[in-house]
Ligand binder design. Structure first.
Ligand SMILES: [Zn+2]
Length: 199
């Protein structure tokens, strides 16, 4: 086996190294990939070079304020706590939303995922209603079903608002994943935390 191959295989097998949390302020998402505790940026593989470079280029303020030791560990613990809280808050909020709101989130994400304009929501809803009139013709509660679809907020403004809300709460890469975005958002940082860190 030549050197090139060996290198490739060792990179593929790389897993997140726990020391990266303290060194580069990275944690992992549910699939074990690195997520920045400060800005929520996510990487598609566990390469030390990437996480190190990200921290050194983007978060010098943190590195300067907390060079090492107990203070740094305390700041990291606090960050992780806030990321968790923020994750739970969004989860709670989405869960408490009614089914039509929830559905509009899922649908908005599909629109974004396929790179379609926000205005497509209106046409998708219209189609959905028309199709349902026929599809559920034999259902006793057809009217209820159709009414529910009609109640689903899905104007261009709604799609845009939903998308922004999701983008605020999850890392951009995760917008591509409907389920994870709606049920298990990745770590995020509120603007308030960012302000504290960059002070
Ligand atoms: Zn970052």
């Amino acid at each position: 086996m030549d050197k090139g191959n060996k290198r490739k295989i060792s990179e593929e097998n790389r897993v997140f190294n726990d020391t990266w949390t303290e060194s580069f302020l990275f944690s992992t998402d549910k699939t074990g990939l690195p997520v920045c505790l400060i800005c929520g940026e996510k990487f598609a593989n566990n390469k030390k070079l990437n996480v190190a470079r990200h921290f050194q280029n983007k978060h010098t303020a943190f590195a300067e304020k907390y060079p090492d030791g107990d203070e740094r560990r305390k700041a990291i613990a606090e960050l992780m706590r806030k990321v968790d809280r923020s994750k739970n808050n969004f989860k709670k909020w989405v869960k408490s939303a009614n089914s039509t709101t929830y559905a509009s989130f899922v649908a908005a994400q599909e629109i974004v995922k396929h790179g379609k304009p926000f205005t497509d929501g209106e046409y998708v809803k219209e189609e959905f209603i028309k199709v349902s009139e026929h599809l559920y013709k034999d259902f006793k509660n057809k009217n209820e079903i159709v009414q529910k679809i009609k109640d689903m907020p899905f104007s261009a403004k709604t799609v845009k608002d939903r998308t922004l809300k999701m983008a605020e709460n999850i890392s951009k890469q995760q917008i591509q994943d409907v389920n994870s975005a709606v049920t298990t958002p990745s770590p995020v940082m509120s603007p308030k935390i960012k302000v504290i860190l960059y002070k």
